[in-house]
Design a protein around this ligand. Structure first.
Ligand SMILES: [Zn+2]
Ligand SMILES: [Zn+2]
Length: 145
């Protein structure tokens, strides 16, 4: 599998408890969709109001999906103020260097603020598991229509 940004070979690695395909050259990472159809409402407790506004915008990019070569689209995931790229054919997500760490830090901050007992890394793991599930990706795909 090749990096969509710099065409280097991606290496399977584990970051923050999650298996990703990591680019040693530009330090981005590809998160494959898992064949896991998890009920999103189980892992996340967004209110119904929040659900409609998770994605603020999406823009096509010149990067290509490492699996199907379709152009990746950049979108903004408002819940964690994160921008990432996604394959419109639902193959997975691309995060740039240290974007996962940044999200994790936001989660840790949030944890402090709300005195949550859950570890931020566990929360991040659950976030990505959910994002890789079919229902979440379908929602993202709706943006592109
Ligand atoms: Zn790269
Ligand atoms: Zn694809």
């Amino acid at each position: 599998m090749k990096c969509p940004k710099c065409n280097s070979d991606l290496t399977p690695t584990t970051r923050h408890k999650l298996k990703v395909n990591y680019c040693p050259a530009c330090k981005g990472m590809w998160l494959e969709r898992q064949e896991l159809n998890q009920l999103e409402d189980e892992a996340f407790d967004f209110g119904d109001d929040a659900k409609g506004t998770l994605f603020l915008s999406s823009t096509p990019t010149t990067a290509k999906c490492p699996e199907c070569s379709a152009p990746l689209k950049r979108f903004q995931y408002r819940f964690y103020d994160l921008e990432m790229e996604v394959c419109a054919n639902q193959h997975g997500y691309w995060l740039d260097e240290d974007e996962d760490t940044r999200v994790l830090e936001l989660m840790k901050q949030e944890e402090k603020d709300y005195e949550r007992k859950v570890l931020a890394e566990d929360q991040w793991a659950r976030t990505l598991t959910r994002m890789r599930s079919g229902s979440f990706l379908s929602k993202v795909k709706n943006l592109f229509r």
